[in-house]
Design a protein around this ligand. Structure first.
Ligand SMILES: [Zn+2]
Ligand SMILES: [Zn+2]
Length: 205
């Protein structure tokens, strides 16, 4: 069983976010920069906004050999697409994440003293950045993306996007019963004088 499980997790050296650590070697202190553009292996992000599958991920990283493994640090930049959480218009925004991830060697003390899911690992001299990049992008993207901070959203009555609605867009929603009632009053001026009279009579007492 254990053997099968190990085989199932073999990394694909040609996968977009898999790096070959043999490029940097195992002498602590050596390092190598990785600057390349790859396609996102799958849709990466949140429900309302994400880097689409195949979307360009620009890697500007360095792999550094350390005693315990390979330290990967640097940035990943991409373009995310989604929709405004207020007005539902499509939007695009660039997203940049900073990574600092240790991938431990299989025979390192780090691996021997930690649970399998506690530390990322070098497997067959390869490291897979997919999980680290996916988590970092999801954390960086807004839960409630906006086309602009001032987005007025949609009219609650008719759903029109307020940014393209006529100025002062609104709906007269007078209940017919209130309309009938207000027709019984002569007008605001008469009403005011009645109130004044009432106030005066209270003060006189
Ligand atoms: Zn909007
Ligand atoms: Zn409306």
């Amino acid at each position: 069983m254990a053997v099968n499980r190990h085989q199932a997790t073999h990394l694909d050296a040609s996968a977009p976010l898999v790096l070959d650590t043999r490029e940097v070697g195992r002498r602590p202190g050596t390092m190598r920069t990785v600057s390349r553009s790859v396609g996102a292996p799958s849709r990466t992000g949140l429900d309302l906004i994400a880097v689409l599958e195949g979307g360009e991920l620009e890697l500007d990283l360095r792999m550094e050999s350390v005693v315990e493994g390979v330290l990967v640090s640097g940035t990943v930049t991409a373009e995310a697409s989604g929709e405004c959480s207020r007005c539902l218009e499509p939007l695009h925004q660039s997203v940049q994440v900073h990574l600092t991830e240790l991938y431990a060697y299989p025979n390192s003390a780090t691996v021997k003293t930690t649970e399998e899911d506690e530390v990322r690992r070098v497997q067959d001299d390869l490291i897979d950045l997919t999980e680290a990049v996916t988590e970092a992008i999801a954390l960086e993207l807004p839960l409630q993306p906006l086309c602009s901070e001032e987005c007025a959203g949609l009219c609650a009555e008719c759903g029109v996007r307020l940014a393209i609605a006529a100025p002062g867009h609104g709906h007269e929603t007078i209940d017919p019963r209130w309309a009938a009632l207000s027709a019984k009053f002569d007008g605001p001026s008469t009403e005011n004088s009645t109130e004044d009279g009432a106030l005066t009579s209270i003060e006189e007492k």
